[in-house]
Design a protein. Sequence first.
Length: 324
Amino acid sequence: MKILVTGKDGQLGKAFQKKFQSLLQDNPSAFDIQYIGRRECDLADLSVLENILHEYQPNVIINAAAYTAVDKAEQEIDLAFTINAAVPELLAKYAASHGACLLHYSTDYVFDGQGDVFYNENHPIGPLSSYAKSKAEGERLISEVFASSRGPQVSKSHYAIFRASWLYGDGDNFIRTILRLAQDRSELKVIADQFGVPTSTEWLVALSADFLFDMSRAANIVLRDFPSGIYHAVPAGQTTWYGLACLAVETAKASGQNLLLEVANIHAIPASEYPLPAPRPMNSRMSTQKLQKALADFGLVSQFPQWDQLVRIYVADLVKNQLI
Ligand SMILES: NC(=O)c1ccc[n+]([C@@H]2O[C@H](COP(=O)([O-])OP(=O)(O)OC[C@H]3O[C@@H](n4cnc5c(N)ncnc54)[C@H](OP(=O)(O)O)[C@@H]3O)[C@@H](O)[C@H]2O)c1
């Protein structure tokens, strides 16, 4: 089995490298893997990606690359659409015509954020920003390519789109920004009326690997025949940016990190007091029942951990490894 991973230097891409490294340590001949980052391939040039696909001929493609500069995307709309829509379309066309499997990542930002329900996968989308529209277009194109593909290879090929939210891992993210600011600020204002679920890349990658591969037979990792479609992939529970900031600071202090900022001096503000170029959804809650059922059908434990449990582990690890 040959696996191609794009976006190797991003938060998700780095987590995939770590995960696959440990799988290969246990079983060095389990699969062949190629990672690509900006140095190997500028995805804005689709012909370079096309060449890589045709030379490497992967059986599994994991698209961890994306244009993720949410505010900058308002100025770089064409580039955002190339990376977030044209690239996944090209990967889907390759997968559908070569009997390969595609795992792509999308975002809670495809929703308009109205109401306070946990959206399921069929809830109508309503992207508010250029970034969100480009990610929604990526989802649409992948589904369309697979739906309209014909030929002998199509029955073997399948795809999954995992919608995640508020990612944190090895890279820049909200938690690290808060902890950096907490070192030399004594007061901080944080938005408290946008709801969502922080998602650990380490957890998301472990979940993705379980979803893609049957690893129960140590000597032989087998690609699963999962149902194609969109899946919501976030931990359990819900919070706000304010709730996340408070937990991050509280955990860092409890882990021995010296911070000027006290939790009591983190002030809750409405999003309207912190305008940004790209609007964000007020409600990013997503139901994960569909993914939990798919995992249960594979005979796997399908209960997802609470978001705060994973944030505590992440922050304690940042402190331990002096990464703040
Ligand atoms: N971050 C979040 O909060 C969040 C929330 C929900 C969903 N998601 C989705 O989750 C996925 C992973 O996000 P992430 O946080 O891991 O993103 P990230 O850290 O920004 O990583 C994205 C990677 O894509 C690469 N990339 C972008 N443009 C490229 C180009 N023209 N050529 C080659 N590589 C390019 C970047 O390369 P460079 O490192 O060279 O820039 C980067 O390594 C994405 O699909 C994203 O939309 C993210």
